[in-house]
Design a protein around this ligand. Sequence first.
Ligand code: SF4
Length: 436
Amino acid sequence: MNHKRVAFTTLGCKVNQYESAALEELFRRRGYQVVDYNQPADVYVINTCTVTHLGDRKSRQLIRRASRTNPEAVVAVTGCYAQTASDEVLGIEGVDLVIGAGNRAGIVDLVEGTVKGRQTVAVRDISGDRDYEELPGETKQGRVRAYLKIQEGCQNFCSYCIVPYARGPLRSRTPENVLAGAAELLTRGFKEIVLTGIHTGAYGREPGGSMGLAELLEKLAVLPGLLRLRLSSLEPHDVTPEILELLSAGPPFCRHLHIPLQSGDDEILKSMRRTYDTVYFRRLTARVRAKIPDCGITTDVMVGFPGETDKHFEHTLRFVTEMQFSGLHVFKYSPRRGTPAADFPEQVSPAAKEARSRRLIALGKEMASRFAATYLGQTVDVLAEQFISADSGGQLDGLTDNYLRVIFSGPQQVVGEQIQVKITEISDTFLNARII
Ligand code: SF4
């Protein structure tokens, strides 16, 4: 049976976004037309996230919407929720096919083999997987910044985290395939590549890994046409002296590190099974700033972890203030079935989580503005990413290498170019500038 229209919707992280683009490409190669998720389609693919209960809930809503839009369509569910809770997903009305993390490359055949009304489950135990699942790169033209997945899985087993169960053990893409993927992106006009993965800093650390992240970065950095090379996120222990040495060498390396902190209290960090304490983290940020002045250091902090008291939270507020991050993502702890922390005593109330989250978000905004304000009147390089409006001679937006969003006037033709601009004004979430 030839289903010609396929529609995708994707929840969660950059890796999920990257994989959806790759799966779309598999359908295109088999003659399918990719249509918008709100449109009638013959096949709906929901790439789910399960990192919080909200991820599960949104996944279920999107699944139900598919079968409402076209009850005849094949509804295929993949991603982390499918891998960790396939029974639950099968119980949602309208689901025909559940595909786990290890079977995505065969998605088109699985869809074409599906008979409406007879559910198919292609989910297996991936805890023993050793090989990286190669999926095709995406083929969309003409954007400036592209994500490149280099690694899969995590073995840290932080006590709150479902990811190791959803994604399996460490597996790295071969350096040859990473370099080929990067070269292909550059051929297609991308100027900035963001390396992403589940535990990116553990690249090549599994048995048989041929090289580590630092060596891979060195090889990528010499690719012709690469203006910028950015790392999506590194665990604290993965910010090695070698990595800092490379990042301090200047372009194409971006002076930006996203280093998840999660908590500013040592007791909570221990209970989270994080592998560092606040002394280590303080020294790490000092090393980063000494080696890379102006480095944008962004982070993730979780509030409401079981056992977190007001006192623990005050420690987190104080430590985050001391670290002066240039950006902050705040998450409320969400119990995940199968993780140790879900059974910990002293679960924190939703009201306390909400109150703590608001305070931390406000602090994050303050710190981001303070970091941005140090650039007022300064000249910076911005990679023009998109033309956002034709009003008043044209407006463009882009990022500095240390992750500041800048909006400036200029012609559409400069999209994709690195432009020198002078910062004229600081607003809530971006800086205003003019080309010099
Ligand atoms: S490092 Fe910890 S939080 Fe991050 S994916 Fe691995 S287990 Fe989850």
